[in-house]
Ligand binder design. Structure first.
Ligand SMILES: [Zn+2]
Length: 210
């Protein structure tokens, strides 16, 4: 029997797609930060487990779509709404390491993408592993990395959305953070893992002189 394509695997999930989760109140706002460009800040006090936001990706692409694949991204952008297309082009493009020949759209993807998790039922095998894909989010991309993040992000296949929840109490006005790479080990190791998307981690842990 032929291997099912990833899109077919996803759309064959029971009741796919279930409605996306919505927070009962406005939980965040986006504004400039001192060191890290735009950031997301709590608009109200959040408790552990509270939903910050759930967001569907605006684009899912194979990991190998780098280097000279800018034309493929140009095509993908044609499928977005005009509003999403403008928002995509406004995302940061500061990744210090990109593949040779990468254009602006690839650079934006490298800076902002999140790896898709390989946990779709029936989705992990040699030919079609969902772990071989990355996703782009227009709002979630604004959340900065911290080596001591206050949220956890989990991709939820039935709603096809990235779900961000608080992992501890977050005060109104506090920056909401996530992790772009593993946060264990000493600072130098953490910085090395983050080198694909930033020159230096600007989080409070890495900048604590103690
Ligand atoms: Zn850090």
């Amino acid at each position: 029997m032929a291997e099912p394509l990833i899109a077919q695997l996803i759309s064959s999930q029971p009741d796919f797609p279930k409605p996306i989760l919505r927070a009962a109140r406005a939980t965040y706002k986006i504004r400039r930060t001192a060191r890290m460009g735009s950031g997301m800040f709590a608009k109200c006090k959040l408790k552990p487990g509270d939903l910050v936001l759930a967001e569907r990706p605006v684009l899912v692409y194979p990991n190998h779509f780098l280097g000279d694949h800018n034309a493929a991204f140009e095509t993908a952008l044609e499928y977005m709404t005009a509003e999403d297309r403008i928002a995509y082009r406004k995302l940061a493009s500061s990744a210090p390491i990109v593949a040779p020949g990468a254009g602006d759209l690839v650079r934006i993807a490298t800076t902002n993408c999140f790896q898709m998790p390989p946990d779709i039922p029936g989705g992990s095998n040699d030919r079609y592993s969902i772990g071989d894909y990355r996703a782009m989010y227009l709002v979630t991309s604004r959340i900065n990395h911290s080596c001591s993040p206050n949220t956890i992000a989990d991709f939820h296949y039935p709603t096809f959305s990235f779900v961000i929840r608080a992992t501890r109490e977050i005060w109104k006005g506090e920056e909401i953070t996530t992790m772009y790479a593993g946060i264990d080990g000493p600072k130098a190791e953490r910085q090395a893992r983050l080198a694909f998307c930033m020159d230096a981690c600007g989080c409070t842990v890495c900048n604590d002189p103690a």
